[in-house]
Ligand binder design. Structure first.
Ligand code: ZN
Ligand code: ZN
Length: 175
């Protein structure tokens, strides 16, 4: 959704309250698309603070399905977005882009709500999502989700490592 800013910029002190529905139904990133699990409307508060200084406040709650880093099961991940920007509308668009490229949600005389919220999700994107702290992951041989039970794959190759670890522990105990 694009919000036309001409009206609010025409008069100092003018305020605007807008509720916008997010149109994006997937979150596109360089490594793939993620489905939204839930979207609340975006509550926007805009204010012309005089001298072409525009205050933008936005608030919403969203959730996106992100695969667990170990077992790849989708995990409903919540994003609580609350942000505030002061934008100098007396600058040309090129100046604004140079000064703060996070303000790329201002396009000429419009505010691009999709772009604003996209940026906010991106900066909050988690490094790693786990379905639970002790997720067992998937078997590297058969791909079975080990949270749902064990598989019949040969696990002997793990034994030397396990033995090494128990060696270390027993050494610690001796000290
Ligand atoms: Zn998992
Ligand atoms: Zn297996």
């Amino acid at each position: 959704m694009l919000i036309n800013l001409s009206d609010i910029l025409s008069q100092d002190g003018k305020e605007m309250q807008v509720q916008a529905t997010l149109e994006m139904d997937k979150f596109h990133t360089f490594d793939g698309d993620y489905e939204f699990a839930g979207k609340q409307p975006v509550e926007l508060h805009l204010m012309n603070q005089g001298k072409k200084q525009l205050l933008v406040e936005a608030k919403t709650k969203l959730s996106i399905w992100i695969p667990c880093a170990r077992c790849l099961e989708p995990v409903k991940t919540s994003f609580h977005i609350q942000c505030e920007y002061e934008i100098d509308m007396s600058q040309s668009e090129e100046d604004r882009i140079e000064n703060l490229d996070e303000n790329n949600f201002i396009k000429e005389n419009s505010l691009d709500v999709e772009q604003l919220i996209y940026n906010e999700i991106l900066v909050r994107w988690p490094m790693r999502v786990l379905c639970k702290d002790d997720c067992q992951g998937i078997c590297s041989h058969c791909g079975k989700n080990l949270n749902k039970g064990t598989c019949n794959c040969e696990t002997r190759e793990l034994d030397p490592r396990m033995a090494a670890i128990s060696d270390i522990f027993s050494k610690f105990k001796e000290v």
